[in-house]
Ligand binder design. Structure first.
Ligand code: SAM
Length: 266
């Protein structure tokens, strides 16, 4: 399969679903596409492009296949402990709502983890936005039903307090509380970002992007933070030159926007 046919395929996908595959790591994407083509018994990118163009069902399957939705509550619990003990208290400003965005929120485990932390800290004045490119996973996030294994890091006291235990070891996150999250579809590579945010979580999302796309996304996120707002990234997504984005490292995986603010800094 030639590079030209791959680029042709990427252009077709952009037309069909608005997603720029060239912004994702090349080798990883081609490997995943190879698996998808095997499943559909398609031999090359041109044939796949033709199939996706005429077969709506195949296109839906393809869209779902592209997004890797693995998530869990309190993913890297020690980092969420730091978020609770140090970062969130440092972002509080009297009378001003705490504006938080979970970017690439998948099935909701991440924004609901934040909700529990806010509740436990007694913070009621907040706005919590959660976005993902994948409409299907957003619907699941709104319903908020989870298998036990994605809850393995939830302390038992929080499990009792914030979840309803159903049948077959399934748990539903508090429907009253889940209403506090504003879920929306958003493509991080194309769509505009909210502004004046205190905290952005973008974890295990840019890991699949090229360096160029990753830098673009982090730069846009830095612009979306209010001065001294914080960007929280995933365990393998450290930013090598935060200063070039107007950020400084506060603690591993936490970057603060350089600038003056009335809020107490760490
Ligand atoms: C592995 S999950 C990470 C979930 C959560 N942040 C965590 O750390 O557990 C990655 C999510 O990023 C989303 N995603 C991938 N590309 C995206 C894009 N261009 N714009 C928005 N979301 C995207 C996927 O749909 C998926 O739900």
């Amino acid at each position: 399969m030639t590079e030209d046919s791959y680029l042709y395929f990427c252009r077709k996908v952009k037309q069909l679903i608005g997603l720029d595959l060239t912004a994702y790591k090349d080798r990883q994407m081609k490997r995943r596409l190879g698996t998808f083509m095997l499943r559909l018994e398609v031999n090359d990118y041109i044939e796949l492009a033709k199939l996706l163009e005429k077969d709506k069902e195949a296109l839906d399957k393809f869209r779902n296949f592209l997004t890797i939705n693995v998530s869990e509550f309190f993913r890297n619990p020690e980092q969420f402990q730091t978020l609770k003990d140090k970062i969130i208290p440092s972002l509080m400003s009297p009378g001003k709502p705490l504006r938080i965005w979970s970017a690439g929120c998948s099935d909701g485990s991440e924004p609901y983890t934040i909700l529990m932390i806010l509740e436990e800290l007694g913070i009621r004045n907040y706005q919590l936005i959660a976005s993902d490119i994948d409409l299907e996973i957003l619907e699941r996030a709104k319903v908020g039903i989870y298998k036990k294994d994605s809850l393995r890091n939830v302390p038992p006291s929080l499990l009792d307090k914030y979840f309803i235990k159903g049948q077959d070891e399934l748990y539903q996150f508090s429907p009253q509380l889940s209403k506090q999250v504003k879920f929306k579809r958003q493509n991080l590579l194309e769509d505009p970002y909210d502004k004046d945010l205190d905290l952005i979580l973008c974890r295990n999302v840019v890991i699949y992007f090229t360096e160029e796309a990753k830098n673009k996304v982090f730069l846009k996120m830095a612009e979306s933070l209010r001065p001294e707002g914080v960007l929280f990234v995933g365990g393998t997504e450290s930013i090598l030159t935060p200063k070039s984005l107007g950020l400084q490292t506060v603690l591993p995986f936490f970057y603060r926007k350089i600038g003056e603010s009335k809020t107490a800094a760490l």
